[in-house]
Structure formats: structure tokens, C-alpha cells
Design a protein around this ligand. Sequence first.
Ligand code: CA2
Length: 143
Amino acid sequence: MSAPAIHVLNGPNLNLLGQREPHIYGATTLAEVEHMCRAAARGPLEFHQTNHEGAMIERIHAARETAAGIVINPAGWTFRSVAILDALKTFDGPIIELHISNIHARDPIYHDSLISAVATAVIAGLGAAGYPVAVQAMYGLIG
Ligand code: CA2
């Protein structure tokens, strides 16, 4: 049987990773993060970023067809988007919610994730290194 596919999905502004606020998000670019994820993958891996909520919802719908597991950094949608939450509810496999920063150590507006309710696991505060950790951990969740 072929290795299961993992989809790594990134929300708004993460295209600027490594270019702004390095004291919070580090100096690693999103292209480097993608490389780290591919190095950790044992099978097919899709990696996407979008600044558009509808496009993210369509990515999640596409994952329903082809992904065994989703790693998602919903970025600013984490705290506000019932639509992203509803889309993730339609996915049957494991979901890892990932944040580069430790959202719980930040301003209160970053504390209450809507997404955690449907996440199998949450990773926060490991910096960009959290991404390959999430990819590796996903294989354990997929079984
Ligand atoms: O720590 C994370 O990964 C976050 O998901 C990042 C979001 C923030 O709203 C979450 O609370 C935590 C913000 C992403 C903004 O992306 C930037 C990337 C580089 C420079 C500036 C912003």
C-alpha cells in the first residue's frame, strides 16, 4: 500500500514568515518550512498557504478526498473562523493544529482557539521546528 498523504495548510500572513517580527516567529521562511516538512515526510506531502478564507476551506475540502491527516496553522483564523472550524469538522482523519509561537503566553486575544475543539493534537511554541515534529507525529496518529 502507498504511504498516506499529509496536507500541511497555512493561513493568512504566513507567507511573510522570516521577513517580519522574527522575535515572535523566527527567521525561517515559509519556503524553508516547506523543505523541513518534506524532509520529515515518508510519503506524499502537500504544502499550501493562502490569505483567503474561502481558498482555505476549499483546501480542507480537497483534503477530504486525498489526505490521511491535516497539519494546519490557521494563523489569525484560529480565533475567529467558525467557517474553518466547520470545514475541519467534515474531515475524518487526524488534525494537528500548529502554532509557531506559544499562543498561551501572548496577549489574551491569542488565547482562545476555536480550532482546538476539533484538533486531535495541538503544537505551539516550538518555532518553525514544530512543523517537522507535527509531520512525524502525524504518522503515529494515522497508524
Ligand atoms: O504562532 C503562530 O503560528 C500563529 O498561528 C501565527 C498567527 C497568529 O495570529 C497566531 O496567533 C499564532 C499570525 C501569523 C502572522 O504571520 C506573520 C508571519 C511573519 C511575520 C508577521 C506575521
